[in-house]
Unconditional design. Structure first.
Length: 224
């Protein structure tokens, strides 16, 4: 895994560019810091990169956990990781260290969007909550993609795919559909396909439109 010295935020390796050395698309000129991991938020950031945004993926020293999932030719370059992280630049930072945070803050000063997918409480504990980062960039768009939202009885709980499927009764629905009464976990790497099967393309489009409206929330802080 290519690693950059935490003291030098410029020494990042770009994974893909256009033939002219510049990314093209409607989001050309938009810079996004992706401090997320696993699949949901990294996949979202990848789509933005496909549309021309300059996406900088920030990983801990051990790398994103999905680097080690699945068969691979090169260590740390698993297929799921590659599938969700093309069109990004990469930098290694220990965000629990003072030096790592200092580099991130320098990056925030010249970025447009920061995307994360851990609990908001965890970001605040790291000193990287919205109010912390807007000090370095008042115009920063701060986007969180996490399981249970900021309010309610589960607000402080972490969430992962299998937990969400269990709470939403998807395994039981699959058991009824199969007719054998056996609950099943679905490895739904692309949630869009599940949405289309259960609700139809029209509802999926409506949900996407609602998500876009939510992204224009006040204070430039958005939860997905």
């Amino acid at each position: 895994m290519p690693k950059s010295k935490t003291e030098n935020p410029i020494s990042m390796t770009e994974t893909q560019t256009s033939s002219e050395g510049k990314k093209q698309g409607p989001l050309q000129g938009v810079t996004i810091i992706d401090v997320s991991s696993v699949l949901m938020a990294p996949f979202a950031a990848q789509i933005l990169g496909d549309m021309g945004a300059d996406v900088i993926k920030v990983e801990p020293p051990d790398g994103d956990t999905i680097r080690r999932i699945g068969p691979m030719v090169h260590p740390g370059m698993g297929p799921m990781y590659l599938h969700a992280n093309r069109n990004k630049r990469s930098i290694t930072l220990d965000l629990k260290s003072k030096s790592g945070k200092e580099v991130l803050f320098k990056l925030v000063e010249r970025t447009d969007v920061l995307l994360y997918n851990v609990r908001p409480q965890a970001m605040t504990a790291l000193g990287m909550g919205y109010e912390d980062l807007r000090h370095f960039n008042p115009g920063l768009i701060y986007v969180g993609a996490f399981g249970f939202g900021r309010d309610g009885p589960y607000a402080k709980r972490p969430a992962f795919d299998d937990l969400i499927q269990g709470l939403s009764a998807i395994p039981s629905l699959i058991a009824q559909s199969a007719g054998d009464g056996i609950p099943r976990y679905i490895a739904a790497g692309d949630g869009r396909s599940l949405c289309r099967r259960q609700h139809g393309q029209r509802d999926s489009g409506r949900a996407a439109a609602q998500g876009q409206n939510r992204a224009r929330a006040v204070n430039r802080c958005s939860d997905v």
